[in-house]
Ligand binder design. Structure first.
Ligand SMILES: *Cc1c(COP(=O)(O)O)cnc(C)c1O
Length: 410
């Protein structure tokens, strides 16, 4: 693959105009949109308007007059379109970790005779921590069974209460077959909880088609909702009124402003809300989602695979001799939209890359991770990033004290 190939791919790219919708600092090659998506250009103005006109002027009446109270549901419906979920099945709010706790409790209540939660060792640690906290809180014989990602299918049996699986592995990009896992779980009498952190906005998800029971995801990665943007939660429509909320709060009450002393869950997805939601963050996310209005997930997937494929090919050509290897499946169709590279000095190499304005991140123990966000990453970016990586490795530019010292956030 040559530079002219990358330039030709850019010219033929149907999503190339989208880049102009984002703010990307001059000279920066940003390959970390899988961790924190870039700023859509029009978002600051919208957030300022909400702050100045709604918070500043109409104040508390904005809960009604500017639709603040229904914003989590409205934003949820906009996310639903991107993850193959029907309207009214997704609510925005809280964090993945908090939403996961809610769903663990809901799933456990729905499958009361079973005690095994199945997850895999490629799952994001916070998900496992939440499950451990849940298990220990109940102190009721629950077991968290963690198997290797490739053993998930085989581990689904009639002891499993529910699975808690992240569809795209945050390190290796390995993609689980949501439909197959869900079908096997259902056949065994188990429910499924999916984490879409690295799927939403990156790969075409079809929650309804897969008959998934529950899902969570975040919006600050591929959906560009901003740092700490609200997460989302999905419940299959026919299960919604069976959910018994463990975090029963007034925002999930049938009549929050009746101020009854007793909790009565609202109908539908609303009962999964707990308390007051961050309106400025929701407003930023609502605005950020405008970018997706005319985008189809199949086009995103097509470009994502081409970007990842180009990166992998160029890394093999130019970096393999330095001991760099590609993590995760060799079949590109079994991957999400990021690529991690193993290297024994991965941390220092990534710091040198960041100093050269190629932004990725590092995931222990030895992975340099690069996210390929089809709406604003070009094939020329991929070419240039690999060129700089090869230069850093060829010249051992990473071998300097300022790159070897670890920072708090990697
Ligand atoms: C990013 C990520 C999270 C983040 O969880 P928060 O509680 O929203 O901070 C959770 N799970 C996975 C798989 C992730 O990649």
């Amino acid at each position: 693959m040559k530079l002219t190939d990358c330039e030709a791919l850019d010219r033929a790219d149907p999503l190339r105009e989208k880049r102009a919708a984002f703010t990307i600092p001059a000279g920066m090659i940003y390959l970390d949109g899988n961790s924190l998506g870039v700023l859509p250009r029009h978002v600051p103005e919208r957030v300022m308007a909400v702050a100045q006109q709604q918070w500043g002027e109409t104040l508390i009446t904005s809960w009604n007059d500017h639709g603040w109270f229904h914003l989590p549901r409205k934003v949820g419906d906009r996310i639903a379109r991107l993850i193959g979920a029907p309207q009214g099945s997704v609510i925005a709010g809280d964090t993945i970790s908090v939403n996961l706790f809610k769903l663990l409790a809901a799933a456990a209540k729905m499958n009361p005779s079973r005690r095994v939660i199945l997850s895999d060792s490629g799952n994001f640690p916070s998900d496992l921590y939440v499950a451990q906290g849940f298990r220990d809180l109940l102190d009721d014989g629950y077991e968290l069974k963690v198997v290797a990602p490739e053993d998930v299918m085989e581990a689904i049996d009639t002891t499993i209460a529910f699975t808690m699986i992240t569809e795209v592995d945050y390190r290796t990009a390995r993609l689980h077959d949501m439909k197959a896992v869900t079908a096997k779980a259902h056949a065994a009498g188990a429910l499924t909880i999916w984490d879409l952190a690295h799927s939403a906005g990156a790969t075409p998800v079809n929650l309804a088609g897969a008959e998934a029971d529950f899902a969570v995801g975040c919006t600050y990665k591929y959906l560009n909702g901003g740092p700490g943007a609200p997460a989302f939660l999905y419940v299959r429509p026919d299960l919604q009124d069976k959910v018994q909320p463990a975090l029963a709060g007034w925002w999930g009450h049938e009549a929050p402003f009746a101020f009854d002393l007793d909790y009565r869950p609202a109908a539908g997805i609303i009962r999964n809300q707990c308390g007051t939601q961050p309106i400025l963050s929701l407003a930023a996310l609502d605005a950020a989602l405008d970018v997706w209005d005319d985008v189809g997930m199949q086009a995103v997937r097509k470009k994502s695979l081409a970007l990842c494929g180009a990166f992998i090919e160029l890394v093999r050509q130019r970096c393999e001799r330095h001991g760099v290897t590609v993590a995760g499946p060799s079949d590109i169709n079994a991957r999400g939209s990021h690529v991690s590279l193993h290297h024994d000095q991965g941390y220092a190499v990534m710091q040198a890359l960041i100093a050269a304005n190629v932004i990725g991140d590092f995931r222990a123990p030895d992975m340099m991770r690069f996210g390929f966000t089809p709406l604003y990453t070009s094939f020329t970016d991929v070419w240039n990033a690999v060129g700089i990586l090869a230069r850093i490795l060829d010249n051992r530019e990473w071998d300097q004290p300022q790159f070897l010292a670890r920072k708090a956030v990697t």
